[in-house]
Design a protein around this ligand. Structure first.
Ligand code: SF4
Length: 431
């Protein structure tokens, strides 16, 4: 039986889809890259914010419409799961009856049910593979859910409380990723700083990362989603002194107005965020700080927004994503008063990103003339697309080396940066 998975949403979803795809392949299913050729089409949905929900719904509708033009004798089964289903199971069930299998998250029962669709049993020679990222990249999920309960976020309602995954299963997964070609390991969860704390212990992320750094074949470890609440100078030094951990600090700040930090229920303070950023700048001067901001949160005034603008000018950040507040039913902020109009939200987003583009360009230009390590992601038409240690896959900047088709994806090479703008670098290979 031929199968395909459409994986939407965050890297946690990608990690889940990767695991599920390997289980199906191991059970004798054949992966096809084109959903139209599949006999079983699975859709891992996202239900985080409006835009993501709309994208998931349109992908579902496109997929079920494939059933209208099937060649004679061909059947197509569609399975839809993930965060959108967790939030809107009844609505989807009643409004899209064309879906054959609908469930929130995979469990043993529904996995067995789907795998039994395929009459041929276990694939003879199965090798773990990568279906959603190039082989040299491995996405390693270390926990499920979240307890932080930021007032705008639906994830705790969707994914439940924070639960650290068992250390042995994480290390086995990492070993399998390394054996199937991973050089760069992206460590993800909703908030990795909470790892181990649900087991009544202090954050045990440093000891986990130390064990990951011992895995043969892994050369770069990238840490993602560190909520400032759980970050301390001590934890930062413990984590970033571990061999192979790249100086990439992914710390979603969301806002800097004390009034909004509280209204967002971020469990932290501006002073603490500044302490963390200042420590990183002094202890890891060549490091890159990535963050995200939300504009247009209920009660955000022009003065609150100006605090954000002044902050990013005073504390230049290297990689920034910004989003307009999206009201999500079931979250505390959904009922907050003093909503900000869509027009004002948009103008604040534009103003912040325009300023940020100038700041990032200045930050990036500082790297011109420097010698850096880059990892090769792809080689096309004689040029190699790569990333520095400061750039996460499919999120941040790419570095291009022209006239260089001798390189292979996954290779880590030294380059000299010769050009930089807000979003890309050009480099020369140092042989
Ligand atoms: S840290 Fe906050 S924003 Fe992130 S998943 Fe948890 S509740 Fe949501």
């Amino acid at each position: 039986m031929k199968f395909h998975i459409i994986s939407l949403g965050c890297t946690k979803n990608t990690a889940d889809s990767e695991k599920i795809a390997n289980i199906f392949a191991q059970s004798g299913f054949t992966w096809v890259n084109n959903p139209q050729e599949s006999d079983l089409l699975l859709i891992n949905t996202c239900g985080f914010i409006n835009d993501a929900k709309e994208q998931s719904l349109s992908v579902i509708m496109e997929s079920v419409s494939l059933k209208d033009n099937l060649p004679s004798g061909k059947a197509l089964k569609i399975a839809v799961f993930g965060c959108l289903v967790k939030r809107y199971y009844n609505e989807i069930k009643s409004q899209i009856p064309e879906i054959d299998y609908l469930f929130d998250f995979f469990n043993e029962k529904n996995l067995k049910e789907l795998i039994s669709l395929n009459k041929q049993n276990d694939a003879s020679c199965f090798n773990p593979a990568r279906f959603f990222t190039p082989p040299h990249i491995g996405i390693l999920k270390i926990a499920e859910g979240c307890d932080n309960r930021c007032s705008y976020c639906a994830i705790p309602n969707i994914r439940g409380p924070f639960v650290s995954l068992d250390e042995k299963s994480i290390l086995d997964n990492a070993q399998e990723l390394a054996e199937s070609g991973a050089k760069e390991l992206s460590v993800v969860a909703q908030d990795i700083t909470r790892y181990g704390t649900d087991k009544g212990k202090e954050c045990s992320l440093p000891s986990l990362v130390k064990k990951l750094s011992k895995i043969k074949g892994i050369e770069w470890i990238r840490l993602h989603y560190m909520h400032p609440r759980g970050l301390t100078v001590k934890l930062i030094n413990e984590l970033y002194s571990i061999d192979k951990v790249v100086p990439y600090f992914d710390i979603p700040l969301q806002h800097v107005s004390p009034k909004l930090i509280e209204a967002m229920n971020r469990h932290t303070t501006l002073e603490h965020m500044i302490e963390i950023l200042s420590h990183i700048r002094s202890a890891y001067p060549s490091g890159a700080i990535r963050t995200t901001f939300i504009v247009g949160f209920p009660s955000e005034t022009p003065s609150d927004f100006n605090k954000l603008i002044n902050f990013i000018e005073e504390y230049p950040l290297d990689r920034v994503g910004a989003f307009m507040y999206s009201p999500e039913e079931g979250t505390p902020a959904f009922n907050f008063s003093r909503k900000v109009s869509p027009k004002v939200k948009q103008s604040r987003l534009d103003r912040l990103m325009t300023l940020q583009q100038l700041i990032i360009e200045e930050q990036n230009k500082k790297l011109i003339g420097q010698t850096l390590d880059v990892i090769v992601d792809s080689v096309e038409n004689g040029s190699a697309k790569c990333r520095t240690k400061f750039d996460a896959y499919e999120v941040d900047n790419s570095t291009t080396i022209h006239k260089c088709d001798s390189l292979k994806p996954g290779q880590i090479v030294k380059v000299k940066i010769v050009h930089a703008d807000a979003y890309d670098f050009t480099a020369e290979l140092i042989v």
